[in-house]
Design a protein around this ligand. Structure first.
Ligand SMILES: [Zn+2]
Length: 104
């Protein structure tokens, strides 16, 4: 346990596996639509924390948002690491550059 708390990085696959181990049974029972609603609710809470410039709240809500993205990906059998690299293969998918040269 101490080793876990001292680690300072985690691979995306590991994150997704942990989410699966912790919550797959709850995610399946809740279903895709309700899991999506929870994700939207967390994004709303993140927006509220950003609006208040509540740095501790932003930290907490951004973690919750990531967790719900993991749950949703698991329900759809999507490998987040693969999906991300397909869309963002170390360069901007719009301009094809690194760093991006798009204006926004
Ligand atoms: Zn770009």
């Amino acid at each position: 346990m101490a080793q876990d708390t001292l680690r300072c990085f985690m691979e995306i696959k590991e994150f997704q596996n942990i989410m699966r181990e912790l919550y797959a049974h709850n995610d399946r029972r809740r279903g895709k639509d309700k899991t999506m609603l929870w994700l939207v609710e967390e994004v709303g809470e993140l927006a509220e924390a950003v609006r208040r410039e509540d740095e501790a709240g932003i930290r907490e809500e951004i973690a919750d948002t990531l967790a719900w993205v993991g749950s949703l990906a698991n329900l759809y059998g999507i490998d987040l690491e693969e999906a991300f690299l397909e869309k963002y293969p170390y360069r901007c998918p719009t301009c094809g550059q690194k760093p991006c040269i798009c204006t926004d």
